[in-house]
Design a protein. Structure first.
Length: 228
């Protein structure tokens, strides 16, 4: 269990919600792990906390923070714990998906929102909820990198102009940072281009075609599946 959930973790939750659809979130089980690895500590008030108490505080933050699990839980998602050193803990999580009637819907068969959009509604990948979300995040990342590159270019020019008489950062140091940001920007643009490809081409690249009744090739099976 990480001390804090980072940006990639938050984005993954956003992708999960849009991939499955809000109507399927009661079939989602959010599991915290690494409970056996937690160590005791002393909080800011000088109170000594056991590893279990530390985990419970972090778990409560995941559950109550709207940026983390709360939005999914409010729509029906369930929570559980996995004790990393216990096979029985892992087996119990799996058994929950084998007994949907006894576990408030967790484990029932479902069709993903993405499947409905690609197959039933004949949407392109970038037109789906998850596609729009990923594209928006890529655009945000691109905008951020472009601003950072513009600022580094200004710093680079100032360093070139005043390096001979200044002890500021060398132009080569700033130039290295600039190249790194440019590489990051190119990576973001490549990801956006991939998202913009037609779904049938994406699936064809992987050799995993599925033909719908309408005759369109799609990567989303019309069948149902379970998700943990």
């Amino acid at each position: 269990m990480q001390t804090r959930m980072g940006g990639s973790g938050i984005r993954s939750l956003g992708i999960l919600e849009r991939l499955t659809g809000g109507h399927n979130l009661d079939n989602i089980l959010l599991v915290s792990n690494m409970w056996d690895a937690l160590k005791g500590t002393v909080n800011n008030d000088g109170q000594r906390l056991t590893g279990q108490e530390v985990g419970e505080l972090r778990e409560r933050e995941l559950i109550m923070n709207p940026e983390f699990w709360k939005g999914l839980i409010d729509q029906g998602a369930h929570t559980s714990r996995h004790r990393g050193g216990s096979w029985e803990s892992a087996h119990e999580l799996i058994r929950r998906f084998l007994r949907p009637d006894a576990n408030r819907g967790v484990g029932r068969r479902m069709k993903l929102l993405l499947q409905e959009e690609l197959v039933d509604q004949q949407k392109r990948l970038e037109e789906t909820e998850v596609g729009n979300y990923i594209n928006a995040k890529l655009y945000e990342g691109q905008q951020k990198l472009e601003k950072e590159i513009a600022e580094l270019r200004r710093k680079h020019q100032r360093a070139l102009d005043g390096y001979a008489t200044s002890s500021s950062a060398s132009p080569s140091d700033i130039g290295s940072q600039l190249e790194e940001k440019k590489k990051g920007l190119n990576d973001v643009r490549k990801k956006a281009e991939i998202l913009g490809k037609r779904v049938d081409q994406l699936i064809d690249d992987q050799g995993n075609k599925v033909t719908t009744p309408a005759g369109r090739t799609s990567g989303a099976h019309a069948g149902l599946c379970n998700m943990m």
